[in-house]
Write a protein that binds this ligand. Sequence first.
Ligand SMILES: O=c1[nH]c(=O)c2ncn([C@@H]3O[C@H](COP(=O)(O)OP(=O)(O)OP(=O)(O)O)[C@@H](O)[C@H]3O)c2[nH]1
Ligand SMILES: [Mg+2]
Length: 199
Amino acid sequence: MKIVLASANKGKIAEFEKLMPHDEVIAFSEILGKIEIDEDQDTFKGNAIKKAQTIYDELQKIGQKDVIVISDDSGITVPALNNEPGIYSARYAGIGSTDKENNEKLIQNLNAKNLEITPAFYTACISIVYKNEVYTVHGWMYGNVINKELGDGGFGYDPMFIPNGFDKTLGELGYEAKKGFSHRTKALNLAKKVLDVIL
Ligand SMILES: O=c1[nH]c(=O)c2ncn([C@@H]3O[C@H](COP(=O)(O)OP(=O)(O)OP(=O)(O)O)[C@@H](O)[C@H]3O)c2[nH]1
Ligand SMILES: [Mg+2]
């Protein structure tokens, strides 16, 4: 069955395609074009459900009834910075900001507190909508964030994040390492169990 990803983030879409090599995975924009979804909920879960439900409803309107929609709302949390940026990770430096601008803002805020390295974690909430029922699962990845970017693998904050058990950033380690233990991998492994039950 066709799985529609309710995401416009190229980094995430590339990861989902690699994590689900046996499924027909398609980004919503290939069917529906550009849709802006206001991520106005106060949790990863709330925003993940809103994204999946919005895309599911749009597909129903054009007669694509028998689809599975999967969304991902994710971000990085730094306890020493009052849990910033958290659900605001994609727009930390303002709405429409690039990964580079968000990373610069995180570096500035770490430097303002003289933090060269401090604990941080990623959260991913994946929501599934199928036959108008909603399911959600979460995954986490723990480690430290540093006040500089190293490596150019991954996306977003990956060049600033050193996962527990490693001495390199995800930007240096690259996707093959990240996919073994990332927040998205863990959440998607649970999502696959949900799909096994409901399909
Ligand atoms: O280095 C990173 N490695 C990751 O594995 C990762 N996962 C999430 N993030 C950050 O958190 C925001 C999510 O925000 P978000 O869930 O709203 O996604 P988004 O707005 O980019 O796309 P969409 O899926 O909503 O269309 C993203 O932009 C990234 O900055 C990551 N950064
Ligand atoms: Mg978003």
